[in-house]
Design a protein around this ligand. Structure first.
Ligand SMILES: [Zn+2]
Length: 215
């Protein structure tokens, strides 16, 4: 059993999911042995073939370890999310009344002002938005619910002149709602919740991806 990843050289987790083990076996079949002094089991494969495997073993190892240590929910109750988000309406309305009080609104607005392409914007905002440990699955639930709670016609005109409706939902209302949910989940201050929001982003993306049917 491999203790170290043959492709990136990082330690492999002792406890691995079936899908991780299956991917490892498949990649080993495709790869050529390329021993190094540090790792006699090192193997050669194109980067694009193993990058998602390495992301997954890092998640199942260090990612989950961090989540457990920090107390991030591993299996949040997604069914309860829509109602919880609807209950946040007053707090989110207050943000819409004073959008410049939201760091996410300012970030979204400024990232458009700099005139960059969509890709450049993604780099500026990467990891700062999203639904934290709720991942892509939570992002999708939040997007649906927030669009129902705040339909396009309900958004104050002053906001839509600097940010389009989709940008407002995905880049402002979703992260703001996520922070309010984290405050409730963990019974902590807004400041602490903002830290967790940023720190748990990558974990959430890996733990609850959209094509993830297991959870
Ligand atoms: Zn690896």
């Amino acid at each position: 059993m491999h203790k170290v990843c043959p492709f990136c050289g990082e330690e492999l987790p002792d406890l691995r999911s079936g899908s991780l083990e299956a991917k490892l076996e498949q990649l080993i079949e495709e790869a050529e042995l390329d021993p190094t002094p540090e790792n006699p089991h090192a193997m050669l494969l194109p980067f694009t073939r193993f990058i998602s495997f390495c992301a997954q073993h890092l998640h199942e190892g260090k990612g989950l370890e961090t989540a457990r240590r920090e107390g991030w929910p591993l299996e949040p109750d997604f069914d309860a999310l829509p109602q919880r988000v609807r209950n946040l309406k007053p707090e989110l309305e207050a943000i819409l009344e004073d959008p410049d009080s939201s760091t996410f609104f300012v970030l979204a607005k400024n990232s458009r002002k700099s005139g960059g392409s969509g890709v450049l914007r993604m780099f500026q905002t990467f990891g700062k938005q999203g639904a934290a440990y709720y991942g892509q699955k939570g992002f999708a639930v939040l997007a649906d619910t927030l669009r129902a709670v705040f339909p396009q016609g309900s958004i104050p005109h002053g906001i839509t002149t600097s940010l389009d409706y989709w940008g407002l939902v995905e880049e402002v209302l979703i992260p703001e709602a996520a922070i309010l949910l984290i405050m409730q989940d963990k019974n902590i201050s807004e400041e602490k919740a903002r830290e967790i929001h940023e720190d748990s982003h990558s974990f959430g993306v890996m733990q609850h991806s959209v094509d993830d049917e297991g959870h």
